[in-house]
Design a protein around this ligand. Structure first.
Ligand SMILES: [Zn+2]
Length: 193
């Protein structure tokens, strides 16, 4: 089911996600909802906070994005990332490199806002899987960036937290616009129901 995406500055976006316990039918439904909503919005990733659920749960799919390549390794052997999409991250633990690279980034919770963000060049990921196992891989390029962005969401961190105070002042009006539009949207929804 396609869910409504929560926009800045809804409090749930600042909530640290609870660890996922057993993989219940409710968790599977939530994963399906995340995938449906991410695809509808043509995003490359979506965290549970963005549909209003503060859990350690996110999905990623970089399939078909040719202009921003992704790299993936399993046990240090390069693999084709598209063969592992969509990725479901459950209670993920990351090991990012200290070396960072800057690239542009958007977020479905900040419609229209694109920022240059420095992120680790490569990240090691350990995640639980829906069948109860664990999956370990390394990611770089767009996939690495998407993992780092989504796992930030799971801890209540947003991409605007990575910019300087000066950059923040420069986008203050954009943020105010998103906030105002969000209040209007929420108000309208209440009146409709
Ligand atoms: Zn985001």
């Amino acid at each position: 089911m396609i869910r409504e995406i929560v926009h800045y500055d809804a409090p749930v976006l600042r909530a640290k996600g609870k660890e996922v316990g057993a993989i219940t039918p409710e968790i599977r439904t939530l994963v399906d909802d995340l995938l449906d909503t991410m695809r509808e919005e043509r995003g490359v990733g979506l965290a549970s906070q963005q549909i209003g659920e503060a859990l350690q749960l996110a999905v990623i799919d970089i399939t078909g994005v040719k202009e921003r390549p992704s790299k993936m390794w399993i046990k240090n052997t390069p693999v084709d990332p598209e063969e592992y999409m969509p990725l479901v991250l459950i209670n993920p633990v990351l090991k990012p490199t200290k070396t960072k690279v800057v690239s542009h980034e958007g977020c479905l919770s900040f419609p229209g806002l694109v920022l240059d963000i420095a992120r680790a060049q490569r990240v090691g990921v350990k995640t639980r899987t829906l069948d109860g196992g664990t999956f370990e891989f390394d990611a770089a390029g767009l996939l690495g960036r998407a993992v780092l962005h989504e796992v930030d969401h799971l801890h209540g961190r947003l991409f605007i937290d990575h910019i300087t105070a000066k950059e923040r002042r420069e986008i203050r009006e954009d943020l105010e616009y998103i906030k105002r539009a969000n209040r209007f949207r929420n108000g309208r929804r209440k009146n409709d129901s």
